[in-house]
Design a protein. Structure first.
Lengths: 459, 409
């Protein structure tokens, strides 16, 4: 594989895809330099701050109907604002690796809350620690109001333990099912008693509700508190393995190669759960660039929308469009189906979601028209005519703006159509697509066709 | 219509569908179509109606014979005189009046107190549990109908084995290897799949696309969608529904299901939803409205199927992700609860009427009903006795099932 192909693959996985404008730099870069550049571009973490107030729900419960209604509206607006702010940050950012990993941790520590302020807080924890240390990340997530609330730790009291948080911490966040006993769940739940938050959204340790008695957890005995439990969990190499296995599926291949995962777990565990060295190890390993690991991951709806918007410089003056796409494709940011997160992979694809995925690029780029360059039969001509008639209506509805000039100018002049096509699509071009490409003279038409293929669903 | 006439009619429809289908289907898709065409025409259908938001079961089938009901719901209880009595303990909400006739005909069964252990009161999570048929602390990524499709039974090899009349597909309908198909409007779906550019991709498919890898999976899904859209459109357009349906979304969806069933579509499971049952505030108006939509649409559907001779081959199940707390709240509404009733409709019910005892309002779990029947025993019955499947192949373990329908005759 030549260097450019490797850099392209790197960006498909570590970011949201390489743009033509990045090509000039990428063409003469070694993988080592490209990886270094990825990290330096993601050095800084920019918090999202759109949600400025924490709605007082205690007040809301007592309020009159009109105030309640207003608070409910405010809550919905905040949820919307946060969602759009994040997706637009992914579209605009240079810190692609950080956002891509924030997306990973957001789905790993999956959480649902009606309180956008708490959701934003958790999201910022996931972002600022995205390339940091997994221990810090886990502790901060565990102390966040969003998670404490979602997994009922506010109801975890000395004499009435609630095991929900302790169970999910082990089952989904660290060890994975089968690596602890029911007794471990019970004992660790006691260690988290008293962990809660106040109405400012600050973590509080309620000593009077905390069970400071002796606990036996994963073979150790002591008067453990929550942090001790997390430390003991991280002492198990299984935790490193569990996280690396999941990360491998996110970055490399849905079918884990156990020798690679083991090597990753060694790096992660020996490096005291530092995330950056682990990622560097993955991105500089030869196996990461093996042919069978290229162009075979199904993009999540967010990756699809963000990648498309970045490549074509799309802006959304009507922000609802972005929300509608998320809903239609089955991934509304910050609204995972449950604490296990979105399962991903083939789970994204069914008849209807695939048809939408194939149709959305043309809706965004050209009012729903995929100008057909091949041999159209009369029936097709009629179809195309209808679509052309509807273009204005579609445009009014989705209201996207595409910077075609910038896109077309960013394509290096020396590229052939085939090279342009291969740049836009990760999988190898099959003969049908090659024919499509050679039949086209217009780059714009060709580009729309290319991003409307099953191949474009892969990265 | 006599049986013989029905058979003839069915054969005619089947043959005409075959003829028109064969004419339009591109040559390479024929083996795929033939698979479906060659199978038997007598199909048992299951129609699942999901009531989203947590329908208040206690104000749907009202335990008017129990004083506790009136004590706990001082401002939202339904007056005894308005209730449509079913027995001396329970009766229907007056907004379900159109179901009275259906009930009296023996086409309706009410199962009380259906739920699951350690109930979850979050809409999303509890709906997840109902759709995936998981335990309450288990996270499954496939739905129960999806896993039925995965089982690769003789009659479930195509996406249109399970149709959701909607724009998007619910988790319930997604298996690991097979998924149902969402069809709100067969004509529209057909149109959408005829995009000339997509057509060119479908037609030009060759072996390199159909590997086991993800690209192969995408192409396979695309080709199946293309083919299913054609089959559903060509088959369903041979039948026009003559019965009157209420002009509501659910009414229209069930009308579409009727069209599908009566045209002889080889579909075994249909899925539709109705939302708006989350009645925390001023419950009476809102719930009455939704129940009326539901009752009127279902009654029209059942009568339509009776008329067309398909009622014996159809079983309808309604469910909601949870019921509501026994005691009302301070806003004349009810908050999220636990166990709830499930309705079944059909011409072949073994035990019509009220299946089991009314919920016990004195033995509560923290103010909530205790479930008496696991919802997966309801599913198990449908799988074993209606969809010709061994329920343990689809559910996480084997469930004993219930007795509201007979097994294979």
């Amino acid at each position: 594989m030549d260097d450019l192909k490797q850099v392209k693959h790197l960006h498909a996985r570590a970011g949201f895809g390489l743009r033509f404008e990045d090509l000039k730099k990428a063409e003469h870069t070694s993988i080592k330099k490209a990886v270094k550049h990825l990290f330096s571009a993601s050095e800084k973490s920019s918090d999202i701050g759109i949600v400025q107030s924490n709605p007082d729900y205690m007040m809301a419960m007592k309020a009159d109907a009109d105030t309640k209604k207003m608070l409910l509206q405010q809550q919905r607006q905040q949820e919307k604002d946060l969602n759009l702010n994040w997706i637009n940050q992914m579209i605009a950012t240079d810190a692609v690796l950080r956002e891509k990993m924030t997306l990973f941790w957001n789905n790993h520590f999956a959480c649902r809350t009606n309180n956008a302020f708490y959701a934003q807080q958790l999201n910022n924890i996931q972002r600022s620690n995205a390339l940091g240390n997994f221990r810090d990340l886990t502790i901060q997530v565990s102390k966040s109001p969003a998670m404490l609330q979602f997994l009922n730790n506010q109801q975890n009291h000395k004499n009435h333990p609630n095991e929900n948080f302790a169970r999910e911490l082990m089952e989904l966040f660290t060890l994975g099912r089968g690596n602890y006993t029911e007794l471990d769940v019970k004992e660790s739940a006691r260690a988290f008693t008293g962990w809660g938050f106040d109405k400012e959204g600050q973590f509080v340790m309620r000593q009077n509700q905390h069970d400071d008695g002796q606990k036996t957890f994963l073979g150790k005995t002591g008067t453990f508190a929550g942090e001790d439990i997390i430390n003991i969990i991280l002492e198990q190499k299984q935790t490193a393995h569990f996280i690396c296995n999941k990360l491998y599926k996110y970055l490399v291949n849905e079918t884990p190669d156990q020798s690679c995962v083991n090597a990753m777990a060694d790096v992660f565990y020996n490096g005291n759960y530092e995330i950056k060295p682990l990622l560097e190890f993955v991105f500089t390993s030869d196996w990461f660039y093996d042919d069978h690991n290229v162009g075979n991951l199904i993009k999540s709806p967010i990756e699809l929308i963000v990648g498309l918007s970045r490549q074509f410089y799309i802006t959304y003056p009507r922000p609802e469009t972005l929300l509608e796409f998320q809903r239609t494709l089955g991934q509304v940011l910050l609204n995972p189906p449950n604490v296990a997160g979105w399962p991903g992979g083939r789970n994204w694809i069914d008849s209807s979601s695939l048809m939408y995925r194939l149709k959305i690029p043309s809706l965004v780029l050209d009012g729903g028209l995929i100008d057909f360059a091949g041999k159209a039969d009369p029936e097709d001509e009629a179809y195309l005519a209808t679509v052309r008639n509807r273009q204005t209506a579609v445009n009014t509805r989705v209201q996207t703006q595409v910077d075609w000039d910038k896109f077309l100018k960013s394509i290096p002049g020396h590229l052939s159509n085939i090279e342009i096509a291969q740049f836009l699509l990760e999988p190898r071009l099959n003969s049908t697509i090659q024919n499509t490409v050679s039949a086209n003279t217009d780059i714009k038409t060709m580009a729309i066709e290319l991003v409307s293929t099953p191949e474009y669903q892969l990265c | 219509m006599s049986n013989a006439e029905q058979m003839k009619r069915r054969d005619f429809l089947k043959n005409s569908a075959l003829a028109s289908g064969a004419f339009l289907v591109p040559a390479f898709l024929k083996p795929f179509e033939a698979l479906a065409q060659g199978e038997t025409s007598s199909y048992k259908n299951l129609v699942v109606i999901q009531l989203s938001g947590g329908n208040d079961g206690l104000n749907t089938v009202i335990p008017f014979g129990n004083d506790i009901y009136y004590q706990k719901r001082s401002s939202i209880a339904i007056n005894k005189t308005d209730i449509i009595g079913l027995n001396d303990m329970q009766g229907l909400n007056p907004s379900l009046s159109s179901l009275k006739e259906i009930y009296d005909q023996g086409w309706m069964t009410v199962i009380n107190s259906v739920g699951y252990p350690n109930p979850d009161r979050s809409h999303f999570r509890s709906m997840d549990i109902w759709q995936t048929a998981s335990d309450s602390n288990q996270f499954l990524t496939t739905g129960w109908i999806g896993r039925y499709l995965d089982s690769n039974c003789q009659t479930c090899r195509t996406p249109y084995t399970a149709i959701e009349v909607d724009d998007t597909l619910s988790l319930a309908m997604k298996g690991a290897t097979m998924k149902g198909i969402a069809v709100q409007d067969p004509g529209k779906l057909f149109q959408e799949t005829r995009e000339p550019f997509f057509k060119s991709l479908v037609h030009a498919h060759n072996s390199e696309h159909l590997n086991e890898d993800n690209l192969g999976y995408l192409y396979k899904t695309m080709i199946e969608t293309y083919s299913s859209a054609d089959y559903i459109q060509q088959t369903s357009k041979t039948y026009a529904v003559k019965a009157e349906y209420p002009n509501t979304q659910l009414g229209n969806q069930l009308k579409t299901v009727s069209k599908f069933i009566n045209s002889g579509l080889k579909t075994r499971v249909y899925y539709v939803s109705l939302g708006g049952f989350d009645t925390h505030v001023r419950q009476q108006d809102q719930q009455s409205r939704q129940l009326k939509i539901c009752g009127d649409a279902v009654a029209a559907f059942i009568k339509d199927l009776k008329q067309s001779g398909k009622l014996d081959e159809t079983l309808v199940m309604t469910f909601s992700e949870f019921g509501r707390r026994v005691e009302q709240n301070a806003s004349n509404g009810t908050d999220h609860g636990t166990a709830n009733n499930v309705f079944l409709f059909g011409g072949k019910l073994k035990k019509a009427g009220i299946y089991n005892d009314a919920p016990d309002l004195s033995d509560l779990d923290n103010g909530d009903l205790k479930y008496q029947i696991d919802f997966r025993d309801v599913y198990a019955t449908l799988l074993d006795k209606w969809l010709d499947m061994n329920n343990s192949q689809v559910l996480t373990k084997s469930f004993k099932g219930l007795d509201f329908i007979s097994g294979v005759e």
